[in-house]
Design a protein around this ligand. Structure first.
Ligand SMILES: [Fe+2]
Ligand SMILES: [Fe+2]
Length: 475
């Protein structure tokens, strides 16, 4: 049941061959997907043999198999976690009823929107990252980039399967539209803001996979609670793939910091100019990148007060992070939650109905989770004996969505005037000069075991292979 059938054109563990109409629809979509991958997937790399993992079953043990494959030959397919017997809805107005195996008519439009919005982020990030292979700091990192890219492609398959299977013609049209939108395109952009930003360099990539893939984790966790059982099962399996993406981000930033600290100690300086001249990224620049990616990512959770969030929860479409582990009534009527507001030029907290604040609840859970990695980055700096510490900016800093949109707030959480903002913004967010400097470091390093000067090697290789393993064969 949990094994994956690789003998079919589309690998799957959903007995696809028993549903001829669906199989045909997906086989029709498959070449369009591949032509999207060829156009918008990793640039100039279609012929490389890459040491990738492929899912062979959805069991917690041994779902991965490693081997060199050309990315266009990667076996993208449809993998769902096994069904839980007699699964019940465990939050919202339908609490205690049987989970849905089909889409209830009254929730069709909202479910479709949720699935399309999630699905859209997957190809978007592949598009954002498509040039990065040209400037990889090592083969090890190149392989990790490609692993993330093929799995984001797989996540698109996961959402398109749901659209095709449960949403008929509308779903098939959405499946085509997911291949037609383009990250950053003025006429047909991706749906969410952060997925139209550029990922121009590897520091941005590591920040993106740390912060923005973690947004993915929280969205998927909320959808894994869904009363619509196929959505819950597919997102549960996506989460197992997501963990590696966040590892790439956390360890990537950590290795950048480690290398910077090493050079700081060798040169006995914290002068950004001298460190830049030595070809490493100074810690204040890393802080500015962190501020940017953190603030752009927390906007993805949506407005702090949202009637849609309330509807999605009460109707059972989308739960909270770890809904099952919480001990409240899972209905939340009459409960309140604190959100931020601006009054008389100051940030204040105000109580609002919790159901309307569920975006904020998920955002706050996300913030708690993302702080963990920053503490681990600070340990690297501390171990090097350097007094600098990285911080998460205040959650009102540099926001574009909800009550705080456009409100000028310093990273330490003071509501400030435009003048103070303009004076300090280059200390808080990456300037053009910062970005140009980071870009200037991006040269391509591909000899096995060699690493660019600005990043330390990892502690160990992938799948117990040595660090100087030939992760990519360039042919
Ligand atoms: Fe994803
Ligand atoms: Fe991801």
């Amino acid at each position: 049941m949990t094994g994956i059938n690789y003998s079919e054109k589309i690998p799957n563990n959903v007995n696809l061959s028993e549903d001829r109409t669906l199989q045909r629809a997906l086989e029709h979509w498959q070449p369009n997907y591949l032509s999207w991958w060829n156009d918008m997937g990793p640039e100039g790399s279609q012929n490389f043999d890459v040491y990738l993992r492929t899912a062979v079953s959805v069991d917690p043990q041994g779902w991965a198999q490693f081997g060199h494959v050309k990315m266009p030959d990667y076996r993208w397919g449809i993998f769902l976690n096994p069904a839980e017997q007699d699964r019940k809805i465990h939050f919202g107005d339908h609490l205690g009823e049987d989970a849905w195996q089909e889409v209830p008519g009254e929730h069709r439009a909202n479910l479709r929107r949720i699935i399309v919005t999630q699905g859209d982020t997957e190809p978007a990030s592949v598009e954002q990252q498509r040039h990065l292979g040209l400037t990889c700091p090592s083969q090890y990192d190149l392989r990790n980039l490609f692993q993330v890219n093929v799995e984001e492609g797989r996540h698109l398959w996961a959402m398109v399967y749901l659209l095709h299977k449960y949403f008929g013609r509308d779903g098939r049209e959405e499946g085509e539209a997911l291949l037609a939108r383009r990250s950053g395109d003025a006429d047909n952009p991706r749906i969410l803001g952060a997925f139209n930003e550029k990922t121009p360099d590897w520091l941005s990539f590591f920040m993106f996979t740390y912060f923005t893939d973690r947004d993915g984790k929280f969205q998927l966790c909320a959808l894994a609670e869904s009363s619509f059982d196929p959505l819950a099962r597919t997102t549960k399996f996506m989460l197992t793939e997501e963990a590696h993406h966040m590892f790439v981000g956390e360890s990537g930033v950590s290795r950048v910091i480690q290398r910077t600290c090493q050079v700081m100690n060798e040169l006995k300086t914290d002068d950004p100019g001298k460190l830049r001249a030595a070809g490493v990224i100074d810690l204040p620049t890393i802080q500015r990148y962190l501020n940017f990616h953190f603030s752009v990512t927390i906007d993805l959770f949506g407005a702090d007060q949202s009637s849609n969030a309330a509807i999605f929860y009460s109707s059972g479409l989308k739960g909270r992070f770890e809904e099952g582990k919480r001990t409240d009534d899972h209905v939340l009527k009459g409960q309140t939650y604190k959100v931020l507001d601006v009054q008389d030029g100051r940030l204040v907290e105000k109580e609002v109905p919790m159901l309307n604040a569920l975006n904020e609840v998920l955002r706050d859970d996300y913030i708690k989770d993302s702080v963990g990695g920053i503490n681990r980055w600070n340990k690297v700096i501390e171990k090097a004996g350097i007094p600098f510490r990285l911080n998460v900016p205040h959650k009102a800093f540099h926001r574009q969505i909800g009550t705080l949109a456009g409100v000028k707030v310093s990273p330490d959480g003071r509501h400030i005037h435009d003048h103070e903002w303009n004076t300090h913004v280059e200390e808080w967010l990456p300037s053009d000069e910062d970005r140009a400097f980071v870009a200037s470091l991006m040269g391509r390093v591909v000899e096995p075991g060699r690493f660019a000067n600005w990043i330390a090697p990892p502690m160990m290789g992938i799948n117990r292979q040595p660090v100087d393993f030939e992760y990519v064969r360039f042919n």
